[in-house]
Write a protein that binds this ligand. Structure first.
Ligand SMILES: [Zn+2]
Length: 236
């Protein structure tokens, strides 16, 4: 992985924007707008979060070529770009925020500003993968009760990640190994985003990304961690 963070093939194909899934500890662009994140479904406009953290929000919609950013540890950094209307958004989607509807809120806000589901492109950056994300069985059973969620993907045997550069998470409570990016992808598909317009980078923060990028790894090994910023902006 380059020092600048992994790239999205979908977003790289859009010449009118800039973006990055920055490695842990790198400073965000000076003029970036980002919220006080609360694992909520709250989405606001860029100017509402200048200076940064002016309001509580987990999604920021781009305005005036301003970079919109989110900071994550193991949660999903989700970047949206509408290829027709040149709208962008950055969304922080952990399990809680995803279940609260943050992705739907972001799509609603983008559609209200002229985007359309047929032209929205979405890149899901480095986040804890099913190789390392253990959840209690009770929590998964609760999710399965929800009729508004797409099919969940999980395994009772921990998946081996051949691309790991650090040990994968050890089982702590004989739970299940949950695929959070897959849930996000399913929710995007439910809203009508085209499958070929969704890219999951499949970089696990726990066992694959640069050291210091996983909150959960730090909890297990006390190795320290720093936020990783992801951002996107309209250039024209
Ligand atoms: Zn992993």
């Amino acid at each position: 992985m380059s020092h600048a963070g992994p790239r999205s093939t979908l977003l790289d194909a859009l010449p009118w924007l800039d973006y990055a899934f920055q490695p842990a500890g790198q400073p965000v662009p000076a003029d970036a707008a980002y919220g006080q994140q609360r694992h909520s479904a709250q989405v606001v406009l860029a100017t509402q979060n200048l200076p940064p953290k002016s309001c509580e929000s987990d999604g920021v919609i781009g305005e005036n070529q301003l970079p919109v950013a989110i900071y994550t540890a193991d949660c999903l950094p989700v970047l949206f770009a509408d290829s027709q209307q040149h709208q962008v958004a950055a969304v922080h989607a952990g399990l809680k925020g995803t279940l609260s509807g943050i992705l739907n809120s972001a799509i609603d806000a983008l559609l209200a500003r002229g985007a359309s589901t047929e032209t929205l492109q979405v890149a899901i950056g480095p986040a804890i993968g099913p190789c390392c994300y253990e959840l209690g069985k009770d929590l998964v059973a609760q999710m399965q009760q929800r009729t508004d969620l797409p099919a969940l993907q999980w395994a009772s045997q921990q998946p081996h990640n051949s691309a790991a550069i650090r040990p994968q998470a050890h089982a702590h409570h004989q739970g299940i190994w949950f695929d959070l990016p897959h849930l996000a992808r399913g929710l995007l598909l439910q809203r009508g985003i085209l499958a070929e317009h969704i890219e999951v980078l499949n970089v696990c923060t726990y066992c694959m990304a640069e050291s210091g990028s996983s909150y959960r790894y730090n909890t297990h090994f006390d190795s320290g961690y720093q936020s990783r910023f992801s951002w996107i902006r309209c250039r024209d």
